[in-house]
Every structure is written in C-alpha cells, then in structure tokens.
Unconditional design. Structure first.
Length: 291
C-alpha cells in the first residue's frame, strides 16, 4: 500500500524541480519533504532521486514510479469527488402495529422505498403502546399506532371496527364459564378493551391463549381455542364474526393514528403522506363494502 501523502510530495518534487519549491507547493518545509521522500525510498528499498548539488534527477526507479504515482493520485482525487457528490441516504425510522404489517400496508411502504431510493427505511413492528413510547423518546420518526378515539392531534387518524371472532369450524364453548380468551400480549389495546367489556357485562373470562403476533392469534381462533377481539379487516376465512345471539358485549370503535415526530426529516413527512393516502383509500373501500 502506497502512502498517498508521500506520493504527493514525490510528484511535487519532480514537478517543482527541487525539494524547496516542492515544499512550497504542498505547504511543508524543505526538511519535511526530504523526510517524506526518504520514507518512500525506504519503503521501496531503492533511491528515487540522484541529488547533484542543487539539482535532483530521477533514478530509473523514480521514473518508473512517477507514472504510477500520478495515476494513483488521480484515482484518489476522482474517488473523493465522486463521494462528495453522493449524499448520504436519509434514514426514516417507522413503527407500525404487527397486524398492519401483514396487510397491504407493507406493499405501500415498499412502493415508497422504490420511489425514494435516497431514503433508507428502518421499519419495526410492535405493540402500539411501545410504538408511542418509542416516538416520544425519539426512537422513531413516525408511527402508526392504535389508540382510544380523540386522544389529541395526529398526522392522520382513522376509526377501527372491532368484532368478536371465533372459529368457523368449531363450536364456541357457548356458555363456557369462564369464557376462553385469545389475546395479544399485555399492553394491547384490544386485550384491554375485551377484558373491560366482559367485566362490565358480568362475564367471567380466562386467558386461554396469548401471542405477540397476529398470525398466532388467528391460528388459535381457527383452532377453536377461544374467542378474540379483532379488527374487522384481520378476520380470516376460517373465522366467524359473533353476532347478538352469542351474547357478547358491544365494543366501541378504536382508532388508528399516524403520528410524526416534530423534528423528523422531510422524507418522514413524505412517507406519512404516502401512508395517509393509503389509509384514506382503505377507509373509503370499507365504507362502500359496509353499505
């Protein structure tokens, strides 16, 4: 490996015709330039200059090195220029609920990433309570999280319809006491809603199955392990939405809100606009299908 600084001094001595004038070109003293040439010669194991009084002439090794030295310095300058033109990617940290990550929202985020190659997305799925805490502590630039309706301003907010769900192929332990519940882990707003509603209705309950992710909850429902409170859009083919005949308490809607950190980069705001457009379209389709 050649030391580019030593090569630069070597080329300067050749171009300037001497050590003193070379030092002026590279803003170093004559003695410093001489020391650098000596170091280069020691590295190569052979002299590069013949010193004759005030004149210096290249040796055969010096003439051979000169062409390579110029090329190496040119390549280094070209690399610096290229790297200087390239801007570092803008990092946008996004948090979303796990049950949204397995829906079309993933495609929407991927579409944004393709359209904005200069933006590097870092996406994490978690419970809404953890996402909101992470946003407050600066770990995210934007989060899409579930919340109780009307909990302050947001970049965008959309209502969620919650329904009680059981297996389509297994009889609900209709009349089971206590009622077997399938839930997400503690901290989930659906879990808290379900428990409060059952207790207000005087229904006894027990946690029959809990999972940190949507696929686990959906599989447990399909297997007939109990009932769960779910957002309507996540109800699967092997599920059945319970009705009035199942004597389940009514559940008011929750809300999904998109929040942007105040000092987030412009790219994070662009992502939020992209996601808000998707959520608005999704809500319009849901309203049309429910008519």
């Amino acid at each position: 490996m050649f030391d580019l600084d030593l090569l630069r001094s070597f080329v300067s001595v050749v171009d300037a015709g001497g050590f003193t004038r070379a030092g002026e070109r590279v803003n170093r003293t004559q003695s410093t330039v001489s020391q650098q040439i000596r170091r280069l010669e020691e590295t190569l194991g052979q002299p590069l200059f013949r010193r004759e009084r005030r004149r210096v002439q290249l040796t055969d090794a010096g003439e051979t090195l000169l062409g390579y030295a110029r090329r190496l310095l040119d390549i280094a300058a070209e690399a610096r220029e290229a790297l200087g033109r390239e801007s570092r990617p803008t990092v946008v940290r996004l948090g979303i609920p796990e049950d949204f990550a397995v829906t079309a929202l993933t495609d929407v985020i991927a579409e944004f990433a393709r359209e904005q190659p200069s933006v590097r997305l870092e996406v994490r799925c978690d419970l809404s309570v953890a996402l909101r805490e992470g946003l407050a502590h600066g770990r995210y630039d934007a989060v899409l999280a579930k919340r109780e309706p009307g909990q302050g301003p947001a970049f965008g907010a959309w209502p969620e319809t919650l329904v009680w769900v059981a297996s389509r192929h297994h009889d609900l332990a209709g009349g089971d006491d206590p009622l077997p519940l399938i839930t997400f882990l503690p901290g989930c707003i659906y879990r808290a809603r379900a428990i409060r509603a059952l207790e207000a209705a005087g229904r006894r309950w027990r946690i029959a199955y809990e999972s940190p992710n949507l696929s686990g909850v959906q599989a447990a429902i399909a297997g007939g392990l109990g009932v769960a409170l779910m957002e309507r859009a996540t109800v699967a083919a092997h599920h059945r939405i319970l009705d009035d005949g199942d004597r389940m308490p009514e559940i008011p809607p929750t809300e999904i809100a998109l929040d942007l950190r105040p000092d987030a980069p412009e790219a994070a705001e662009a992502l939020c606009r992209h996601m808000a457009f998707f959520c608005n379209q999704k809500m319009s389709k849901n309203k049309s299908s429910n008519r």
